[in-house]
Design a protein around this ligand. Structure first.
Ligand SMILES: [Zn+2]
Length: 624
């Protein structure tokens, strides 16, 4: 950061802050934290969670659906036209902007018109997420061409950033796009070793400051201020602190921490911390995403209020989730206890904003799991994994994207109307994160969180260990872990035991059942001296069970098998009883399909991941 741009930045920050939050109060804030700056210029956290994430490179996904999703996204974004990606930035700066238009939300166009035409909705909005997805994909694979693309995109983007922020003049959602750009640049620095990304990030921050309000604004507050049309009131300033705190940690620049504090939305976190449910009516994804800002506030500032806000907020989301783990019909939270979820089954097809929602859900459950070591966050993560994103159709090269999961009583998988929507940004980030979501490092060993075909390599007490997980879970009930290590080593493997398991669940090491009690909803600690060739196996008893849509509608149920929701497909029988549903059995010869015999025919059920273009139905009305 050179002195000129630093001065410009401070000037702009002060100007944007107005009288109430002038530099004096920012300076006061900057001396109040106990976070220490280390010699490298990066900072250590006030709260260090007991579990840490591994590096992206330490976990390799093996053949299977999730590896395929990661490969699809990596490959698609690696081959995207760079001129097209940079075009809206160049165009808005009055620079030559060669190359094709991306289309959809991404273009700088003037024909956006509510409610039907979203062309040019938020020019360049997802550039940062594509950059982030590529930077993470490079960290996973070490693929040089991916790293080079990240570096080229950062250089190209840098040329379009001026500290006056001309890009953001008359721009609908400046915080929204800046937040994603911020994430992309700090990831380009952190995961793809980009030499310029942090400096560009600083300038990009200066560029947006004159266009941001003095504090985080709820949507109601935005509506109460003068605005050009309703689309200008959808900005998400309340999601900014997470990436600003990360920028602070990765750069050591305390001005980012000050800005993060400035955008903490107390109007949201304070009531959540006190157990007050303020979710109803709020935009769903961005308010789940904001819970990750609460977690960063907790980790950096050390105030437990923010941990309570995140935990309570997440709990309140879960209390209004569908059986799939998805939430937020029509992208909004419902009022709990008034049948809102049940009525959504007939009023909307926009049941769960899937790639964004799953991405936000993974992020908050990772934070909460790392801090609390509570396995229910892992249970929740896997439910969203298998029932939502696993069934998302691939993004196509023209930006055609999967957006909403449909839980309507008459449902079908469809692509989103608009090209390159928000969900095209979070999908590649999420698939790059599958590995780091699966295992965590503790001081005395490792936590196994997701049962995915994968290979983890790490050092324990100086010994290099490789753990290979082989599984067809959740279609099969077992998972197998093989250890490779040059000498015996003592450490613990903490295995997530889901809350839904039956009592016949077993865990064995080298063919011998472990004696420890296997408690549902806990991590099972397997502390021993592991050696080359050891094999750990888990066999889950996965009883089928019914989950009600909400308490007002106890007869509207989804059939669950372990973590998997089973969707009715084909012709629905006229009459199904609870007992018949609970007698569901696997269709012989099929890995996925289940059937329920009724007096009026057979009901076939199928996981979301295996549904293609057929009609389906998540909730089935049963008679007692
Ligand atoms: Zn989305």
């Amino acid at each position: 950061m050179n002195q000129t741009s630093r001065r410009q930045f401070m000037k702009l920050t002060a100007a944007a802050a107005g009288g109430a939050l002038a530099p004096l109060s920012l300076r006061a804030l900057s001396t109040s934290s106990s976070v220490q700056r280390s010699v490298q210029g990066s900072v250590s956290l006030t709260v260090v969670p007991p579990l840490s994430v591994f590096n992206y490179s330490q976990i390799e996904l093996l053949d299977g659906l999730f590896r395929q999703q990661f490969n699809n996204n990596h490959n698609l974004y690696l081959h995207l036209d760079e001129e097209a990606l940079l075009k809206p930035f160049r165009h808005r700066m009055g620079m030559p902007s060669p190359g094709p238009d991306m289309g959809g939300w991404y273009d700088d166009a003037d024909d956006f018109s509510l409610p039907d035409n979203f062309h040019g909705f938020i020019p360049g909005h997802s550039f940062g997420q594509y950059l982030s997805g590529l930077a993470r994909a490079y960290a996973v694979t070490g693929d040089k061409s991916t790293q080079e693309k990240v570096h080229r995109l950062v250089r190209g983007f840098a040329q379009t950033v001026d500290t006056q922020g001309r890009f953001y003049v008359d721009y609908r959602l400046p915080a929204y796009t800046y937040d994603k750009t911020s994430c992309g640049l700090i990831d380009a620095h952190e995961f793809a070793g980009d030499p310029d990304a942090l400096e560009v990030h600083w300038r990009a921050t200066a560029a947006v400051m004159p266009h941001l309000p003095e504090k985080a604004l709820s949507r109601a507050e935005q509506r109460a201020r003068p605005h050009k049309d309703i689309s200008y009131t959808w900005d998400e300033t309340y999601t900014l602190p997470e990436n600003l705190f990360l920028a602070y940690q990765r750069s050591g620049n305390s001005r980012y921490r000050d800005l993060a504090i400035r955008f903490i939305e107390s109007g949201y976190f304070d009531p959540l911390a006190q157990g007050q449910n303020v979710l109803p009516g709020e935009h769903a994804y961005s308010h789940v995403n904001a819970l990750s800002s609460a977690m960063q506030s907790y980790l950096v500032l050390g105030d437990e209020k923010y941990l309570r806000a995140a935990q309570n907020g997440f709990q309140m989301v879960q209390e209004q989730s569908y059986a799939t783990g998805g939430w937020g019909p029509d992208e909004a939270f419902v009022v709990p206890g008034n049948g809102g979820l049940d009525s959504s089954l007939s009023t909307t097809h926009a049941s769960f904003e899937t790639p964004c929602g799953a991405y936000g859900h993974f992020k908050i459950t990772r934070y909460l799991l790392r801090v609390t070591q509570d396995s229910r966050y892992g249970d929740s993560m896997e439910r969203v994994l298998y029932n939502t994103i696993a069934g998302a159709t691939p993004i196509l090269a023209d930006g055609t994207s999967f957006y909403y999961s449909d839980y309507n009583n008459s449902a079908r998988k469809v692509h989103h109307r608009d090209k390159w929507p928000c969900c095209s940004g979070t999908f590649p980030q999420l698939t790059a994160d599958y590995g780091i979501s699966s295992y965590y490092q503790a001081r005395d060993g490792i936590y196994v969180n997701l049962f995915l075909p994968s290979r983890l390599s790490w050092q324990q007490n100086g010994t290099r260990i490789t753990l290979t997980q082989t599984t067809q879970y959740p279609n099969a009930e077992t998972s197998q872990f093989d250890f490779a290590l040059p000498r015996p080593e003592t450490f613990a493997v903490y295995l997530r035991i889901p809350a839904w398991i039956g009592p016949k669940t077993t865990v064995s090491v080298n063919g011998r059942k472990v004696e420890d009690e296997i408690l549902p909803g806990k991590f099972l600690a397997l502390q021993r001296t592991w050696k080359e060739g050891d094999r750990l196996e888990v066999e889950f008893e996965m009883p089928v069970r019914l989950e009600v849509i909400d308490q007002q509608s106890p007869n509207n149920v989804a059939l669950m098998h372990g973590p998997v929701a089973l969707f009715g497909v084909g012709k629905m029988p006229v009459r199904v009883t609870r007992k018949q549903m609970l007698s569901a059995s696997r269709v012989s010869g099929s890995l996925y399909d289940w059937s329920v015999r009724t007096d009026s025919g057979t009901l076939t059920l199928r996981p979301f991941a295996n549904i293609m273009s057929e009609d389906y139905r998540l909730y089935i009305r049963v008679e007692s």
